[in-house]
Design a binder for this molecule. Sequence first.
Ligand code: BDR
Ligand code: CA
Length: 311
Amino acid sequence: RRKIIIDTDPGQDDAIALMLALASPHLEVLGIVSVAGNVPVAQTATNACKILELADRRDIKVYAGCARPLRRPPITAEHVHGQSGMDGPVLPAPTIALQAQHGVDFLIDTIRAHPAGTITVVTLGPMTNLAMALVKAPDIAQRVEQVVAMGGAYSECGNITPNAEFNMFADPDAADIVLHGQIPLTLLPLDVTHQFLVTPPRLAQLRAMPGRCAQAAASMLGFSERFDLKKYGWEGAPLHDPCTIGWLLAPDLFSGREVNVSVVVDGPLMQGATAVDWWHVTDRPVNARFLRHVDSDGLWSLLADHLARLP
Ligand code: BDR
Ligand code: CA
């Protein structure tokens, strides 16, 4: 089983990524770290606890991480995700206690405690915690097996500004540190996630599933549609974060290239934009696997099959 740590800001799509990971017999979730992103960090931690309880996984611990990006005030997205960050279903207040240890220290200690090359870090929000961990403990860069991150955009431009994807925009300094971290990195940008839509038949399929996790997922995705359908005018809202876990479980569903990716750290119009050297027109070194295509039906089947295994 692949050992993973999930760093997240739930977020309806984060919640579904968590469910997908929890449902897989091939992944061992060592812990969940929360970050300020879609909503403030205390709320993303609470939301992660709610998902663990819903999935009956009280054995997995949640650690709150950074309360704001490295160098700028937090940017939240209640306008997309609702006041709780995970609007849709009414879930009880969690009884799982948040761990006392800071999320950044949990990342460092866990990566150091395991043999080098055995831990995958999945980031589903701004990369603040991982960047902080790399600054605080540079030795972990050599020990992480890989980072898999939802973030960035090439042909899809931006979703929070004309040129930037939300996770990159919210903490570009953190993304810059990770991109220079010399760690095997796979990015799932908007190019991929905008191909993975919750169409009406897919939503209906979820609504017909009996488990409480599938029901909660359907209700969350029904909520996301309200905002996203109006924004994009597509046949369904994009399901971003589950693409990361989907890639870990079924990489053959995706394609992309090994390229150099840089992030614009400052600038009123370009903050958080990713410059992707798709055609290798610079001599900048390859630092990421940048995915651009997904077999959307294949990924949906994988997700639906997994959600059906949860309570
Ligand atoms: C990303 O932004 C967040 O709102 C989503 O959860 C996802 O991680 C998409 O740009
Ligand atoms: Ca997210």
